[in-house]
Write a protein that binds this ligand. Structure first.
Ligand SMILES: NC(=O)c1ccc[n+]([C@@H]2O[C@H](COP(=O)([O-])OP(=O)(O)OC[C@H]3O[C@@H](n4cnc5c(N)ncnc54)[C@H](OP(=O)(O)O)[C@@H]3O)[C@@H](O)[C@H]2O)c1
Length: 237
């Protein structure tokens, strides 16, 4: 593959599986994590399996950290914006939601992702085949949220769902800006996966959630951009 890939939040969960999957495809993986030791553990595991990986410390919610990361990046072909937070563990009425939680969630999941894309674009645009994948969620689909009887309509999580709906728009707007270039940027719903984020409420493995993300990374230069996929295909906005 001969490519370099950066995965944010790659120290655990789906991000770790994405990093392992990219390494198995032959990419040199920059294992993004807020804490160096957390990245080192994943790097050791990938290198021990014969892959290429390096730790890459970055906190996407911290503009100084992202600016520092932009200064350290060399070649970059693939950016997977996986890092996110979900502060609501149970559905609750939007009328009683915590403004602080909403603000923190938007700051990481939306602003943090935009910050990373802007910071890494100069390096990505030097690549002949740049790819960006944003980890979204079916909870960010306005179609699902407005479909009577949908499981998503019955799960009001205003911080998280709003952040993923906004991330979908971010995906489309960047895709529109770079549509005439080889850059392909898409949003992917990994589906429900058992990770610290879901705390036992899902049964699929992180590797299952990584698969549609890897498929979006492998999209051709003339393939779709500004789209929303899951493991079954196109997700309605
Ligand atoms: N799990 C699911 O069922 C599911 C379903 C749909 C979509 N998703 C999406 O898939 C992605 C991965 O989810 P997951 O279930 O693997 O979550 P997770 O287990 O909670 O892992 C989240 C990762 O993001 C990192 N992170 C959080 N804030 C960060 C920041 N400010 N800067 C850098 N890294 C940060 C965490 O690092 P720390 O270890 O330092 O906290 C961790 O590595 C997320 O975007 C999530 O919204 C997940």
């Amino acid at each position: 593959m001969g490519t370099t890939a950066l995965v944010t939040g790659a120290n655990r969960g789906i991000g770790r599986s994405i990093a392992e999957g990219l390494a198995a495809l032959g990419a040199c993986v920059l294992v993004g994590a807020r804490i160096r030791e957390a990245a080192d553990e994943v790097v050791a595991e990938i290198v021990g399996s014969g892959g290429l990986a390096e730790p890459f410390v970055v906190d996407i919610a911290d503009s100084a950290s992202v600016a520092g990361a932009a200064g350290r990046i060399g070649d970059l072909d693939i950016l997977v914006n996986n890092a996110a937070i979900k502060l609501e563990h149970h559905p609750s009425p939007p009328s009683r939601a915590s403004i602080d939680d909403i603000q923190a969630t938007l700051d990481t999941n939306v602003i943090g992702t935009i910050r990373m894309i802007q910071a890494m674009l100069p390096a990505l645009l030097r690549s002949p085949h740049p790819r960006i994948v944003n980890l979204s969620s079916g909870l960010g689909s306005l179609t699902f949220a407005t479909t009577p009887g949908s499981k998503y309509q019955e799960r009001p999580l205003i911080s998280y769902s709003t952040s993923k709906a906004a991330l979908n728009m971010v995906t489309v707007l960047f895709a529109n800006e770079f549509r005439e270039t080889p850059l392909r940027i898409n949003a992917v719903d990994p589906g429900p996966v058992n990770t610290p984020m879901t705390q036992g409420r899902a049964t699929r493995r992180p590797i299952d959630g990584a698969e549609p993300v890897l498929a979006a990374v492998l999209i051709a230069d003339d393939g779709p951009t500004g789209c929303f996929f899951d493991e079954q295909g196109v997700v309605p906005w």
